[in-house]
Design a protein around this ligand. Structure first.
Ligand SMILES: [Zn+2]
Length: 276
């Protein structure tokens, strides 16, 4: 399968997801119409080389048939109606509980529900915390490594703010993502990786995986390239929100060794909220 990140607004990513067999495609989180329509026009080769580790891309015609909304925030759904009108899209997916909050929504998904995009199998994972209706789209097609679009719930080296949920909710949602195949490629909603890694280094200074990830992210950003994707294995190695049992993080933030993981996540989240 092919995934091309589309830079939108100041630091958002929309994505073009293409089935290589049928050329059927979906747009994940079209923040604004113009960059998305340009990327579709250019075909699956769009996205400034960031599809580097995917199958060879070519500038081919794709047939966009669906929009996948990860959650209702305007910087993720702002382009829904214009993109759908322009491309004749009639399928707009989102979580069932986001009814009325996602413009043009036609499909109201429950946790675990599956559907297809060409020969790709897509599974909805309900991951509340950032918002109550947050949804990840988990996409598989053998023999490719799976892909997951995590919106503003799991970022590379970070997690979203708890606007509508609480720490136990976010902890359960991140646990669901962390339990995916370790090779799964993570595509998130924002380019926050460098600042997230700065925080990760602050709370877990002896973690060498953080240092390696920082060097990688800095090199990519210097060339103007996205840091996405990372794998679930990468995230388990350096993302402090998946490392609530790390003794170093607990010591640095004054979390008791026997405090429950969800409580630890709440403390880490609050520390990140005020970290500069
Ligand atoms: Zn959001």
């Amino acid at each position: 399968m092919r995934v091309a990140p589309i830079a939108c607004l100041s630091d958002n990513y929309a994505y073009l997801l293409v089935c290589p067999e049928t050329k059927e495609a979906a747009i994940v989180d079209p923040s604004e119409p113009d960059p998305v329509l340009r990327a579709v026009e250019q075909g699956a080769g769009a996205g400034d080389g960031s599809a580097r580790d995917l199958e060879a891309t070519s500038r081919e015609r794709v047939n966009v048939v669906a929009i996948f909304a990860t959650h209702h925030h305007f910087d993720h759904i702002g382009g829904n109606e214009a993109v759908a009108a322009k491309l004749g899209i009639t399928r707009i997916y989102g979580h069932a509980s986001d009814k009325g909050r996602i413009p043009g929504q036609s499909h109201f998904l429950e946790d675990g529900e599956t559907f297809t995009l060409g020969s790709l199998l897509v599974r909805a994972l309900h991951i509340p915390g950032h918002t109550t209706g947050a949804l990840a789209y988990h996409v598989t097609r053998e023999p490719n490594a799976p892909v997951v679009f995590t919106g503003d719930t799991l970022f590379l080296a970070g997690c979203g703010r708890l606007f509508e949920g609480d720490p136990p909710m976010m902890h359960a949602s991140l646990g669901k993502l962390a339990a995916l195949d370790e090779r799964t490629r993570v595509y998130c909603g924002h380019e926050y990786t460098e600042s997230n890694l700065r925080f990760a280094a602050h709370v877990e200074p002896s973690n060498q995986a953080v240092e390696r990830a920082r060097a990688r992210a800095q090199a990519l950003r210097k060339e103007g390239k996205p840091t996405v994707p990372a794998t679930i294995a990468d995230e388990l190695a350096y993302n402090p929100f998946l490392r609530t049992s790390s003794p170093e993080i607990r010591e640095r933030l004054g979390i008791a060794p026997d405090a429950p993981p969800a409580e630890a996540l709440g403390v880490i989240r609050r520390a990140k909220d005020t970290f500069r």
